[in-house]
Design a protein around this ligand. Structure first.
Ligand code: PLP
Length: 401
């Protein structure tokens, strides 16, 4: 006898990974170069050169004897001091070492926040379309998911819709900007409106409504777009960050939770986050990569390839008659399915060995997500196949308006 809910989660796998596994099987038959896989958000550009230098320096440095040892559960104190300084310099965050809790990436950071905050009966608002795992994380923490749709077409926060969903059971709101899967970055006006709403509703319900800001793509932006620092707009914000995407270290598992000093009941919230980590087996974030994070905070991989891919896809797909959301961050492009059943569209693309998931699992049916963190050659090879799809559906450039 096992926990049936857990068994189901383990058996299902996430749809992007299922597609990715299919791609690998297909590659064995027709050759890897012929399978055009756009399923996974696995960074394709290397980390900045400095990352490998730092690793070598740390391994050969004065702390070489202890680099593989356990650290404090929250992370090495010097590392947290350095990180706090970096965040203060970059964002005027006014934070301290004791506000940071280092984790093995954004996913465990989110889980620690959700589990730390969640009391029986609590709900968490998530903005659809949303990262598939949010539901798993919220429910795993014992909470209930309340889905609120993003604003139609712009994919920004729909403040009236969030207001309508807020009720006394809502403990928190999870946002993600730059957004997976829409690629949209929330501008400061949108966050000002959200902050005002949450402040007003917290007072009305007489308890804080926490904002959990999931930011693994913070530096992955284009055209000079600035990503606002969310705690400036709402004091009860917990920031979940990761070095997976900005410096291409997803397999090394390093990130943090920041509980800003201005938060109501700061110490209680921080302790709850730490306790939730403990409860799920957190001992400390990987020690070597704590050092890397401290030395490399704020760096960004060379985004030239993503920029080229984004432009190639957006310009060509819209010219073919597909409707796309122009991403100004992340490495995802959201494209409207030319038939109502986006899963059927994705299957049709699969027949051309063009792999991308539909957005049903992001709780926003009708679209597909194209992860363009791939070699540019793959994007170039995909264009004739997209053209074929456009022809199959009778799209014309004029339809794009
Ligand atoms: N949040 C979002 C929106 C993501 O897209 C991802 C990974 O793709 C994560 C969190 C998890 O990131 P990490 O690798 O840091 O755990």
């Amino acid at each position: 006898m096992v926990n049936e809910a857990m068994r189901k989660l383990g058996a299902q796998g996430n749809p992007m990974r299922v597609l990715f596994e299919y791609g690998k099987k297909r590659a064995a038959v027709i050759g890897a170069e012929n399978v055009l896989d756009f399923a996974l958000g696995n960074p394709s550009v290397p980390p900045p050169a400095r990352v490998n230098e730092v690793i070598r320096e740390v391994l050969d440095g004065p702390r070489a004897d202890s680099i593989h040892a356990y650290t404090s559960a929250a992370g090495d104190l010097d590392v947290r001091r350095t990180l706090a300084k970096s965040l203060n310099r970059r964002f005027d965050a006014a934070c301290r070492a004791e506000d940071l809790f280092l984790t093995a990436g954004a996913a465990p950071a989110l889980c620690a926040c959700l589990k730390g905050l969640c009391c029986p009966g609590d709900q968490f608002i998530v903005i659809a379309p949303y990262f598939t795992e949010y539901r798993v994380f919220v429910e795993g923490a014992g909470g209930e998911v309340l889905e609120v749709m993003a604003e139609k077409d712009t994919f920004l926060l729909d403040i009236p819709a969030i207001e309508a969903a807020l009720n006394p059971r809502v403990k928190g709101v999870v946002i993600n900007s730059p957004n997976n899967p829409s690629g949209v970055v929330y501008p400061s006006e949108n966050l000002i409106a959200l902050g005002d709403l949450l402040r007003r509703k917290s007072a009305f319900f007489d308890h804080p409504i926490y904002l959990i800001s999931d930011e693994p793509y913070r530096e992955v932006v284009y055209d000079g777009v600035q990503v606002p620092w969310v705690p400036h707009y709402y004091e009860n914000t917990l920031v979940c960050y990761s070095y997976s995407k900005a410096i291409s270290l997803p397999g090394e598992r390093i990130g943090y939770v920041l509980v800003p000093p201005a938060m109501d009941d700061h110490d209680v919230v921080y302790q709850a986050v730490a306790g939730a980590g403990r409860c799920t087996g957190h001992i400390n974030a990987p020690a070597l990569f704590q050092q890397v994070a401290a030395a490399c905070d704020g760096m960004v991989s060379d985004l030239t390839a993503y920029t080229t891919n984004r432009n190639l896809l957006y310009e060509n797909l819209t010219a073919m008659g597909f409707e796309c959301v122009k991403p100004n961050g992340t490495f995802y492009l959201l494209m409207k399915s030319p038939e109502p059943d986006a899963a059927a569209f994705s299957r049709r693309a699969m027949e051309l060995d063009l792999l991308f998931p539909d957005t049903g699992s992001f709780a926003y049916p009708g679209y597909v997500r194209i992860a363009y963190c791939v070699p540019t050659r793959r994007v170039e090879m995909s264009l004739p196949r997209f053209r074929k799809l456009a022809e199959m559906y009778g799209l014309t450039p004029a339809e794009n308006g």
